[in-house]
Design a protein around this ligand. Structure first.
Ligand code: SF4
Length: 218
């Protein structure tokens, strides 16, 4: 952690958030900031700057767990892309179900976010004790989402041929169907988009709107 990094102190934000939201669940709404900040930076083309400079969770794990961590290396299968995709899908699903259950009650939304943040922190702490302190960062859904967004933003969907030959980018191709006057899901081999795949989910909610606002694409 460099001296200039805000991660020297940003753990205070997370501890304050947990304490305050435990007393007044509505303050759990601030969890939205924590969850969206990494993706905001990635969408602005700043890569994982949130992870390296600001993240309160990374700060807390790195600052305190080093004293009690067993320092084992996280097993390779847990660091695989498949494992990260599964975890990201799981967390998106859990959060979606939790939000549906709140039925729009703002206090319940706050509590659901607080519970979500606390549980993921608890998992991060347990993993950080068994393995290296910031092992959670190797599988963190937010960090993984940033990677996926960063990759897409930097590539900027280079051209239509690439999209045609890549089932994932076929979704982007689909998003341009009106401009291109083509069938909704393009020519074969495109089938219905695999919306449950986290990469596709992120493209649907984040990348496609970004691309549709970019007149230079294709
Ligand atoms: S990987 Fe996750 S927990 Fe780690 S610094 Fe990035 S956002 Fe924070």
């Amino acid at each position: 952690m460099s001296k200039k990094s805000h991660q020297n102190w940003s753990w205070i934000i997370l501890v304050t958030f947990i304490l305050v939201a435990a007393i007044k669940p509505i303050f759990g709404l601030f969890g939205i900031v924590c969850m969206t900040a990494p993706m905001y930076h990635a969408l602005r083309g700043r890569g994982k700057i949130h992870c390296s400079k600001y993240c309160p969770r990374g700060s807390l794990l790195g600052k305190f767990l080093k004293y009690i961590s067993l320092n084992n290396t996280l097993p390779a299968p847990l660091r695989s892309k498949t494992a990260k995709n599964i975890l990201l899908t799981l967390m998106i699903s859990m959060l979606t179900f939790a939000m549906i259950h709140t039925k729009g009650n703002i206090n319940k939304v706050g509590f659901a976010l607080f519970r979500f943040m606390s549980l993921s922190l608890l998992v991060g702490i347990i993993i950080g004790i068994i393995f290296k302190p910031r092992s959670w960062c190797q599988i963190c859904p937010m960090g993984h989402a940033c990677d996926l967004i960063d990759k897409q933003v930097k590539n900027k969907i280079p051209n239509l041929e690439t999209a045609k030959n890549n089932p994932h980018q076929g979704i982007i191709f689909w998003s341009r169907r009106q401009d291109l006057n083509l069938r909704p899901y393009g020519p074969e081999p495109y089938a219905l988009p695999p919306v449950l795949h986290p990469e596709i989910f992120l493209k649907y909610i984040l990348i496609i709107p970004l691309c549709n606002n970019n007149e230079n694409i294709v």
